[in-house]
Design a protein around this ligand. Structure first.
Ligand SMILES: Cc1ncc(COP(=O)(O)O)c(C=O)c1O
Length: 406
């Protein structure tokens, strides 16, 4: 499946804005549906990555439901996506559990203690709800500790030693558990999944045949153009046959990667004589709108029409090199890397951040009272006509800021 080209004309966008291109979103969803169709695996949209519910009617054409991590996400998935809702959270609250039961079709527990605690309420509910256990295979894929679910001391999932001792203490500890779940990385390719699966089979393989499903989590960039989709299909089919289970996947980033942008405008350009670059101040904030990028200084923030240079010493004198800075008063509200444009930037120029949607919209704050980016859908014009047009889904006002402060 060839990825269609973006038709976005950023000059038509009032900034700042998260812009989702429907044609590109449908391309990604089509790739995921192809995996589903060829394997019978179930595919859930991870709402923690992106949850623009006005577009759920598009997503539900392709996917089986939502993967959620809180009561609020569960309700959104239930009410707006209106298909299966699978929840995983590190721990559930007593006072929320009745509503969790109301909204969710599958509940995944993080520990045997949590499972033991809530099992009687699951059974008493009389509702047909499936229960699962998150495992921690202690497989690390090379992420830094902040982002590695299997890092030493991680609170996520049951390790094999804990799994075995729980079963030793109570051979019926898994009674009522119909599936296992793992989530071990982000932004990874098929080769990484193969390695992770091999490690998981080595540790937990003996327990998989007793389950009905196993959830491979998210973190696979299935919709990237260079992803080995057919390899994934082969692996899922072989895994399902070997263990007689159904595979579940819960992609987040793969749904919106390359399907949307964060568009901002240059407000001012500041020149300093002690650095070989200029600083472009934007009508957005990296602190407030892209916190993942500030937390992970090694992540690149691709900008349309610009090349990234990480090493200040490699910037050529006289080039159009810029450090992009946000509009808050925080010193660190700047990117750590540099963008070299073809032309000098000037106030009013649009800055189109390519990977603008995943984890940004959901993390956004109104810190410093900065304008929250609006949410815009970009649709191609009818076949035969070039270009597209924006439809604003939501804008944010002073009242949105005020209502969160008290
Ligand atoms: C349990 C779980 N499932 C799915 C996802 C989605 O991952 P991604 O957006 O990398 O595909 C995450 C992300 O943190 C997660 O924690």
């Amino acid at each position: 499946m060839n990825r269609p080209a973006s038709t976005l004309d950023a000059s038509k966008i009032s900034t700042p804005a998260f812009v989702i291109e429907e044609t590109l979103l449908r391309h990604n969803l089509g790739v995921l549906k192809h995996v589903k169709d060829e394997t019978g695996a179930k595919m859930f949209q991870a709402l923690k990555t992106w949850a623009t519910w006005e577009l759920f009617p598009v997503c539900r054409e392709y996917l089986d439901g939502t993967e959620v991590s809180s009561l609020n996400e569960a309700r959104l998935g239930f009410e707006e996506f209106n298909k299966e809702v699978h929840i995983y959270a590190p721990a559930y609250k007593d006072e929320e559990f009745d509503d969790i039961l109301k909204y969710c079709s599958t509940i995944i527990f993080n520990s045997f203690d949590q499972w033991r605690k809530f099992k009687p309420r699951v059974l008493a509910s009389g509702k047909k709800v499936e229960c699962g256990l998150r495992i921690n295979p202690e497989y690390t894929a090379g992420h830094s500790g902040l982002w590695d679910p299997c890092a030493p001391g991680s609170r996520l999932g049951v390790r094999i030693s804990e799994f075995k001792s729980a079963l030793k203490a109570d051979p019926k500890a898994l009674e009522g558990i119909s599936g296992l779940h793992f989530h071990v990385f982000w932004d990874k390719n098929f080769a990484d999944l193969k390695k992770a699966i091999a490690a998981i089979e080595k540790k937990f393989g003996a327990y998989i045949p007793n389950t009905e499903w196993i959830n491979f989590g998210g973190g696979q960039m299935i919709t990237n153009d260079d992803y080995d989709v057919e390899g994934l299909i082969g692996l899922i089919n072989a895994f399902q046959k070997k263990y007689d289970v159904k595979v579940h996947l819960e992609p987040g980033a793969a749904i919106v990667k390359n399907a949307g942008t964060l568009v901002s405008s240059v407000l001012d350009v500041v020149e300093r004589d002690d650095v070989p670059y200029k600083i472009a101040i934007l009508d957005m904030s990296f602190n407030a709108h892209t916190p993942d990028f500030l937390l992970s200084r090694d992540l690149d923030m691709p900008v349309r029409g610009a090349t990234i240079v990480r090493n200040e010493k490699k910037l050529k004198k006289g080039s159009c090199a810029y450090r992009l800075g946000g509009g808050t008063c925080v010193t660190g509200d700047v990117l750590s890397h540099f963008h070299v444009f073809k032309e000098p930037l000037k106030p009013g120029d649009r800055i189109v951040m390519e990977d603008g949607i995943q984890y940004n919209m959901v993390h956004c704050t109104m810190f410093n009272g900065v304008q929250h980016p609006s949410v815009v859908l970009w649709n191609d014009l009818p076949t035969g006509q070039a270009g597209g047009k924006p439809t604003t889904i939501r804008t944010f006002s002073y009242n949105d800021y005020r209502s969160r402060m008290g």
